[in-house]
Design a protein around this ligand. Structure first.
Ligand code: ADP
Length: 273
């Protein structure tokens, strides 16, 4: 279903990550799958938002793509190669940013580059660049306990992006932030995505956020999680322009919101009695 005029990310692009018939069972003794027959392509430059009732397998799906867990069945490939473990080509950002408390903002951002043995002068240059991108130049020497929730999330985003990953996987990254900070972070992320054109998979429980950010919105069923419907969306382009928030009150946006909410509610309450 197409909900708005397409933008640049809707151009026909290459598939970066592909999932074929992916299923996952955490506990084979219990017999029930957390995920069942997931077929999904993430294409270059797309911003894909994943919605679904709590416990439907969104995080599990993200962890499989990240390479943290292997599927029980099916294939997961990136650029045609099987994903066998975590690597820096797929950056991950969680709701609670796991920053090293003893390192400064700058050191947290630089950490991955040092692990990858990127030459010090290059890694410093990259770190400064990303510190600036997320607007934390004045907080480079601060420790995580000195930062607000939004700032910590900026550090986490910079830390993932400084590696220039092809795919950014985000699990409810703004879920713990207040409404104002959340909107600022959405704007920051949208600009970064626009500039870097990296592929993003973004989990959220907030339909408005999915519609405001995504170029494609996927809705999952309750456990065992399957993808039940996908929506092509393009509100994110309009929101970047002037009078940005007006689009959120358009009939098209509100209709999309209602349809998706109804679909999620159906999943939530479709238990067999
Ligand atoms: P969501 O992100 O959509 O809330 P999850 O992917 O976290 O869902 O979980 C999907 C299902 O798998 C849930 O029923 C959850 O209880 C179960 N689950 C998640 N992680 C584990 C685990 N490590 N061991 C066993 N079951 C798990």
């Amino acid at each position: 279903m197409v909900l708005a005029e397409p933008g640049w990310a809707d151009e026909q692009t290459d598939t970066v990550v592909a999932l074929e018939d992916v299923s996952l069972t955490y506990n084979p003794d219990q017999g029930s799958n957390a995920l069942e027959n997931i077929n999904l392509n993430l294409n270059e430059g797309e911003f894909v938002c994943l919605l679904g009732p709590s416990g439907c397998g969104k995080s599990t799906l993200l962890k499989i793509i990240a390479g943290f867990i292997a599927p029980s069945a099916g294939n997961v490939v990136m650029d045609g190669e099987p994903i066998k473990g975590a690597d820096w080509h797929r950056g991950v950002v969680f709701q609670q940013p796991p920053l090293y408390p003893w390192l400064t903002t700058r050191e947290n951002i630089q950490f991955g580059l040092r692990m990858r043995k990127i030459p010090e002068n290059e890694s410093r240059k990259l770190t400064e660049e990303y510190l600036k991108k997320v607007g934390l130049q004045e907080f480079g020497q601060s420790k995580p306990y000195e930062l607000s929730g939004g700032m910590k999330q900026r550090v986490a985003i910079a830390r993932a992006l400084v590696n220039k990953p092809r795919v950014l996987l985000m699990d409810e990254p703004f879920g713990a932030l207040d409404a104002l900070t959340r909107e600022q972070m959405q704007s920051l992320l949208r600009n970064i995505w626009w500039e870097s054109r990296c592929t993003i998979l973004f989990i959220t429980h907030d339909v408005d956020e999915a519609l405001a950010m995504g170029t494609r919105v996927l809705v999952m069923s309750r456990r065992p999680g399957r993808i039940v419907k996908e929506f092509k969306t393009a509100f994110t382009y309009a929101i970047s322009g002037e009078n940005s928030n007006r689009v959120r009150y358009t009939t098209l946006f509100l209709q999309a919101r209602e349809e998706i909410l109804e679909l999620i509610n159906q999943q939530e309450f479709s238990y067999n009695i």
